[in-house]
Design a protein. Structure first.
Length: 335
């Protein structure tokens, strides 16, 4: 199997939002939406990013795209440092990086025909003549399962699944290399979700796309993603191949997430092990952010911050419960 080259690399990426107070808006703290992320995405792969709502998944996706500037750290795209690019250079870069938004109802301009919506990027980047742009729109509409003769219609004339196909077509019109899928299925019916998943997989194979797939639906992530990164309070706490992570979760937060998946076993009560306590929003010192909710904490968890370490080939975990050998240590209680 050939080793795929690296397309995206994040090094120590942080995104903090200031918290202000008083008449003079004095800064008294910061919300650490993304807090020191190191991550790499290979060409042609689908990297899943999972975690609770508010953990920083979407913020990280926006930072990668340049929609939000990082507070600290470096972002490399195809070997180029894009952390501080702006203006014309950023505009050219946007041709190679696109996003599919979560809500197909809110992400489309209701006063703009879908043909104009899909082709807007071609107009902005001045790609081809007007007739060539119309032909490109027609081709991409066919690719995503839309009828080209409907290009003059408006978003309200389409169903939710069709609107998401419009969003996908808009993202692919510029032939990008990286597509950020920001929970693209959460607003769709289950029957429509399967169709969109199949479409995304077919398009990836045809156009050699690289996906960062942000989702809270673990069953979808397991099906579509090559690797999965688990995010908690702005940090990556576990990273592994999809099959390995679901079959052998190591971080206690990952285990709790997987235990939250409903089990459909009629007539049989299934007892869950472990579980999550309610999340806290209070600021924590520079120690393990998950420590207040952890069911297998070590005495050192409240004193030291773990680093993301490779426990086995390709399986990275940020947890002090694993000793230098990678074996799980006995819990000493969470106090």
């Amino acid at each position: 199997m050939l080793q795929r080259s690296e397309l995206v690399r994040l090094s120590g990426v942080k995104k903090y939002y200031p918290v202000t107070r008083g008449v003079f808006r004095r800064e008294v703290g910061a919300v650490k939406a993304v807090d020191g992320v190191d991550l790499a995405i290979s060409r042609g792969e689908t990297l899943g990013l999972v975690g609770e709502s508010g953990c920083g998944k979407s913020t990280l996706g926006r930072v990668v795209l340049g929609l939000e500037p990082p507070t600290e750290g470096k972002i490399f795209f195809d070997g180029q440092d894009i952390s501080s690019v702006s203006g014309e250079e950023l505009r050219r870069l946007r041709r190679r990086m696109q996003i599919i938004f979560q809500d197909p109802y809110a992400s489309l301009n209701p006063r703009q025909t879908i043909g104009r919506t899909i082709g807007e990027g071609l107009i902005i980047h001045r790609l081809g003549s007007a007739s060539e742009q119309r032909e490109r729109v027609r081709q991409i509409m066919e690719k995503v399962g839309l009828r080209p003769e409907h290009a003059g219609r408006y978003p309200h004339e389409f169903s939710g699944g069709q609107r998401q196909r419009i969003g996908i077509a808009r993202a692919l019109a510029l032939q990008p290399e990286l597509v950020i899928c920001d929970e693209p299925l959460s607003a769709l019916d289950v029957s429509i979700q399967a169709q969109v998943i199949n479409l995304l997989e077919d398009l990836q194979e045809e156009f050699d796309l690289t996906y960062l797939f942000i989702s809270h639906d673990l069953s979808v992530v397991r099906h579509i993603c090559d690797r999965v990164a688990v995010m908690y309070r702005g940090q990556i706490v576990e990273l592994a191949q999809s099959g390995e992570l679901f079959e052998n979760p190591l971080h206690p937060y990952t285990r709790a997430l997987l235990e939250s998946i409903p089990l459909l076993e009629p007539g049989r009560a299934v007892k869950r092990q472990g579980g999550l306590t309610e999340a806290t929003t209070e600021a924590l010192p520079d120690v393990c952010a998950f420590q207040p909710r952890c069911s297998m904490g070590q005495s050192a968890c409240g004193e030291n911050a773990a680093e993301l370490r490779e426990i086995s080939p390709g399986h990275w975990v940020k947890c002090l419960a694993f000793g230098p050998s990678g074996r799980e240590m006995e819990s000493s209680g969470n106090g």
